[in-house]
Design a protein. Sequence first.
Lengths: 137, 133
Amino acid sequence: MSLYRVFDIAGSGLTAQALRLNTTASNIANANTVSSSIDQTYRGRHPVFAAELDRAQEQQGAGVKVMGIVESDAPLTTEYNPSHPMADENGFIYKPNVNVIEEMANMISASRSYDANVQIADAAKQMLSRTLTLGQR
Amino acid sequence: MAISFDKAFGLHPQGMLLREKRSEILADNIANADTPGFKAKDLDFQTALANARSHQSASVSRTHEKHFVISSDMRHEVKFRNVEQTDTGDGNSVDIHRERNAFSQNSMEYQASLNFLNGKISGLKKALGGGQS
């Protein structure tokens, strides 16, 4: 029955959006971390979504899959601050390439999409439960 | 006049199957609302129902195991949506509001079919009980 598939699909959407919310939380939490070398600096993380291809080719609904998480390659913020305890020998500190405003927008978008998927699952639940009581009145 | 259980429900069973299918496709659109390069799809309901109808009236049955199975193949009835919004830059053509409206409309129509079926079933029950129940 296709209606059960709706739960799978909406569930995949929930998983994907929850992961996006997770990475956003991690990015915002680490937005102000300071490090003394470029390699150790936190970089913004973003999930990559893709439609599940194997089933999508059958022209059916298939849901969404998280292909992986990539680190942003935007330039890091370098700051000259010799009095900082984390400053390197040249007096520089390095800050993550996280744009907090962008992350906030990302967070709102993710939570709205999460809501939409929850509502879809809810509607499917109603349709199913009414179908299961068909003819029992 | 004999009661035909096959015909009692009319087109509603086929219609409900298609509505289920459509709800799956619309849920997929919404789940992929943020997937780059994803194109929104929808079921061409009218064509699909017409096809289901013609299959029904032709009533094809297999009498030999080598006969082909004629199943209602949705492949030609699922189409990509016409894009009405401007390109968002990532190749995604899902308009989330439109999909949500379509989904709730679809589920209302499904429940309308359910109500019709409930009415038909209670009518049949009444007929079977001789009007005593």
